[in-house]
Structures are given as C-alpha cells and as structure tokens.
Design a protein around this ligand. Structure first.
Ligand SMILES: [Zn+2]
Length: 442
C-alpha cells in the first residue's frame, strides 16, 4: 500500500511539474471592484508584489477580500487589513488546490492553480488564473459542450487543445494567454466532473493537424442542421479541411430545427431599404417569399445569408421561407445553430451515442485532417491517472446525490490518497496488479 501511495504522489507531482501552464484572464466581461476569495481545497501562500509574504498556508477557515485602491490592490483577511500591493498572488502549496471566487454582483466560480490579482487601466480588479494547461482544457470542455459520454469530452478536448496551442499568444500583448470568453474559449469554472476530466486525460497530447502536419484551426458550432458549411461561405478564406459535408448526425437533436416569424412588410422592406432590391419586380419578390434550401446556399437575391442571419438574429443561415399571404407574414424555417463550419457538437454527441470512434468523428468534420499524438508524458502515468478517475466515476454510480459534497469532488478524492488516515478507505488492498502497472524508470 505504501508503495502505491508513494508512486501516486510522485506521479502527480511529476505530472504537475512537467505540464505546461497558461495564464487565463477571468471575469473578462465584468467590472469587478470587490472580490471575496475562499479556499475549497488545500492551502495558499499569499504574496504582495513579487516577494512580500502576506500570509502563509491560508486555508478553508479564512476569507480574503480584495478591492482596488488607486493602482494598488487592498488586501483584507477575515476583516483585518493587510495593506496595499501592486499585485497579489495566491500561490497553491500543493497540486490539488481550489479557490472559490466570489465577486460582488457576479456569480461565484471555482478555479484550480494560482491566482494573480492586480488593478487594470479601468481601475477595476484584473484577475489572472495561472493554471496547468490540461486543467484549463478540462474547464473549457465543461464550459463548451454538454453530454454524458466521455468520448464526447475527448473530442471537444482535442479540438479545444488544438485551438489553444495554435492561439497560445492570442493575448500576449496584454500579459496573458487567453481570456475566459468565447473570443478565446469559454472557461467559466474549473472542471468539477470526473467524466469530463477523464475525456480530457484520455486525449492527453492529442491535437489535429493538416496534411502538412500543421495545427489546424478548429471552428465548431452547436448543430450543422444536416450539412456543414464551407469556410469561404461564412468567412473569406477557403480552407482545405473546412469543407461542407453532409451531416445527418445533426438531425433530431436539441438545436436541429428553429422557426422565426417575421411580418411580410418588415421582411420585404429590409431588402428594399438596406440592400436596394426592387421588390416590385416579380421574380425578385417571388424569390424573397419562396426561397428554399434543401442544400446550403450562400446568398438570397445576391444578399449574403450571413448578413441576413446577423440582421434578423437567426440561429443559422440554413433556412427556407414560407409565405402566408393571408396573415401577411413569412415564416423562416431553419436547420441547426451556429455558423456551420467545422465540427457540429450535437452531431458529435449523436455519433458518440452510435458508437463511432472519436478519431472518425474528427475526420468526418475536418476533411483530410489527422490526429497527432505527442506523448511527452510517459504514457503509463497518464494511463494511471485515467484509471484513478475511472475508479471515482464507478464509485459515484453507487452514491446518491445527497452524499456528494462540494468539497469532496473528484480532485479531492484523487489526492486524498496522500492522507494516511484516508488511504485504507480509498484503496482496496487486494488490487495488487496496480503495483506492476506503476513501475517507472525515474
Ligand atoms: Zn480572448
């Protein structure tokens, strides 16, 4: 038993030390003038500026409040004032540490890793999460897709990882890698679900590359409506791996169909006034009132469908027009949700449900691409991490929701094995075969 614990510690510490880290700006779209920070797991050292230790090993009995004071950050712990600093760093003392961030007037979120808080040019708090790359990816996957099968998360992790690696310098000039909004990728919380972490870890080191082994752009959307779009039909550039493909997997899902009713006069005046179309011309009028797409088209009477989509706030450009001459209105009957380029998330969910492999799904949506597998970490220890998370998921199946507590989620349980008292509970001593799986040449 001791042996397993020691190896697990070594494994996790090494994983942590060797993994790349990224800086992600949090609450990018919010103006924050007060944030309360508490500690859900582990302890943190608080530093003011680069070197001043404000407080050591602050844990779950403490609460830190930060406010901007001119260009400095004012620190109070449990109501006591600790001074003003150019920036305040929350440095995790262990691999598994969770912060709970509670800004005034904004919904609370939790994150792993370190936190760096300063004052931005607007006089509001500027909050950066310094976190392991794969932990960030798992948080993105949780924010970007729904589902229950780990292969769904595996596919999303591969495309999110590919995007992140290709765009690692997106916010370089502002001093961080990514924002937490869809401008980069949504990262609205730490990953709290072990099945999402499992899918992320199962794809560890995997990215999508083109025929020249270059990382691809990986646009995705909610639902293609039955056919994906060519990149040049939505944006300008024709990209070889972003081709329109039939996609029946996107049928019969949450976002497969939509309807929007518009007054006839509003519909026709839009084309007459904004696009200078002669609506007294019978053929133009007829086209505007009977436009139909069984296959995706790009324009309606010369007007880009992408423009119409924006102006009428439509879910997609993949719609047909049904005219009701009695009620003097048109019904826009559409398929799918999103720009339609690249991967359909609901198509992916459907394909996984049908048992189609994650790599086939990626090949279906990104034409001619292939998966590159960089095994920087020894494969065996990723495998063991996966095994431990899979064990937690199995345990969860037998737990009622009442017995799951916030502070007892998969991360805490994964790391609690380091606690001597808990060890016997966590591990079944009969699982001797683990020993042979856990041999490394350190
Ligand atoms: Zn961004």
């Amino acid at each position: 038993m001791k042996n397993i614990t020691a190896i697990l510690c070594l494994l996790l510490l090494t994983l942590s030390a060797s993994a790349d880290r990224v800086k992600v700006r949090l609450f990018t779209n919010n103006s924050i003038d007060l944030i309360n920070i508490s500690f859900d797991l582990g302890t943190y050292n608080l530093y003011g500026g680069d070197t001043t230790l404000i407080a050591a090993e602050v844990g779950n009995d403490k609460s830190v409040e930060l406010t901007p004071k001119g260009k400095l950050v004012h620190v109070a712990i449990d109501g006591y004032e600790y001074g003003n600093y150019p920036h305040v760093t929350f440095s995790a003392t262990d691999t598994a540490c969770i912060l709970c961030l509670n800004p005034r007037n904004v919904k609370q979120r939790t994150y792993e890793g370190n936190l760096i808080v300063s004052v931005g040019k607007n006089g509001k708090l500027f909050i950066i999460n310094d976190v392991e790359f794969e932990t960030y990816i798992a948080g993105v996957v949780q924010s970007e897709i729904y589902g229950t099968q780990s292969d769904i998360f595996r596919v999303q992790a591969i495309i999110s990882r590919t995007w992140a690696m290709k765009n690692i310098h997106k916010h370089k000039n502002e001093g961080y890698n990514f924002c937490d909004q869809v401008h980069c990728q949504a990262y609205l919380n730490r990953c709290v679900r072990p099945d999402i972490m499992l899918g992320t870890m199962q794809s560890s080191g995997m990215t999508i590359v083109d025929a020249n082994d270059k990382l691809i752009e990986t646009p995705f959307h909610s639902n293609s409506g039955g056919q994906t779009a060519n990149s040049e039909d939505v944006w300008r550039e024709a990209v070889p791996y972003l081709r329109s493909v039939p996609d029946t997997f996107s049928y019969h899902m949450r976002q497969s169909e939509w309807v929007k009713v518009v007054d006839e006069s509003k519909w026709l005046n839009y084309f007459a006034n904004k696009h200078k179309l002669d609506i007294t011309n019978d053929s133009i009028l007829n086209e505007l009132l009977t436009f139909s797409q069984s296959q995706r088209k790009v324009r309606l009477c010369g007007v880009p469908l992408t423009r119409i989509r924006t102006d009428f706030q439509l879910k997609s450009t993949f719609f047909s027009v049904l005219y009701d001459s009695t009620a003097h209105r048109v019904t826009l009957s559409g398929h799918g949700f999103g720009h339609g380029v690249g991967l359909s998330q609901e198509g992916t969910i459907r394909m996984v449900g049908l048992g189609i492999a994650y790599d086939s799904i990626i090949h279906h949506y990104y034409t001619g691409s292939h998966i590159h597998h960089d095994e920087t970490h020894p494969h065996s220890y990723v495998e063991n991490y996966i095994k431990q998370i899979a064990r937690i998921i199995e345990e969860d199946k037998n737990l009622s929701t009442q017995t799951k507590s916030k502070k007892d989620d998969w991360l805490g349980r994964l790391f609690r094995v380091r606690d001597r008292e808990e060890r016997e509970e966590v591990y079944d001593p009969t699982t001797e075969e683990l020993d042979s799986d856990w041999k490394y040449d350190w």
